[in-house]
Design a protein around this ligand. Sequence first.
Ligand SMILES: Nc1ncnc2c1ncn2[C@@H]1O[C@H](COP(=O)(O)OP(=O)(O)OP(=O)(O)O)[C@@H](O)[C@H]1O
Length: 268
Amino acid sequence: MMEDKFIDIEGVEMVFHTKKGVFHALREIDLKVAKGEFITLIGHSGCGKSTLLNLIAGLLKPSDGVLLCANREIAGPSPERSVVFQNHSLLPWLTCYENIYLGVERVFSATETKAQLRERTLAALALVGLTHAETKRPHEISGGMKQRVGIARALAMEPKVLLMDEPFGALDALTRAHLQDELLKIVAATKSTVVMVTHDVDEAVLLSDRIVMMTNGPAATIGEIVDVQLERPRDRVVLASDAKYMEYRTAVLEFLYRKQAHPAKEAA
Ligand SMILES: Nc1ncnc2c1ncn2[C@@H]1O[C@H](COP(=O)(O)OP(=O)(O)OP(=O)(O)O)[C@@H](O)[C@H]1O
């Protein structure tokens, strides 16, 4: 069934041709993501997490192997796979409303009326709790709010897959926790399929159905996968003293700091 492998990555290799020569970034990447699944990619800096995400986004072409989404080859970027970046990438001269509207217009203007586009935009703003900031421009709102607009914009396009590259990486711990909780609610409501890059072990365990752990580069590949069988909805306070939560957390820490421990100079 298609459901079993909504995203299908088979035998993917990524080689970059640089001035210094050929750099083999990823090797033998095989991964199947089911519809509605929440996957996080975790691994040390430079192992190729963003590269893998950009391959799924269609922003990069693999040197070998194949990537499919809903049984079709990923041939380039598409609103069916929208991306949220760490630096929110909002247009500074547009209001929050206009930033979201732009994405909505791109996807739905051929089939929907202006009133429907407006409705979608307002619904997306409400989903992330930013109705009150509708007319504000990015420089007038906080980092967490900017990130929420970015998430709203991505979700408003009703993507088949939501791709997130460290979406909360630049935020303080409290804002980050708040947005993780919000994301959990939104994903539960929209049943989105998500692939998210993170550096944060707790974030990975809290959010994921599966944590895909990558080996160190060059020629990085998928080392191990942790199947997180914690019931949803998840509550961070309850989980903090949950034995299974600790077990998953330890498994990821062991992979990162024992099995894939980085040379000291890289850790500095
Ligand atoms: N366009 C490119 N040309 C050459 N090398 C690249 C290119 N993009 C990425 N690389 C190299 O590929 C490797 C993987 O990079 P990538 O950004 O995917 O890692 P990452 O795991 O996302 O890192 P971080 O956690 O630090 O963001 C790195 O060694 C990087 O230098």
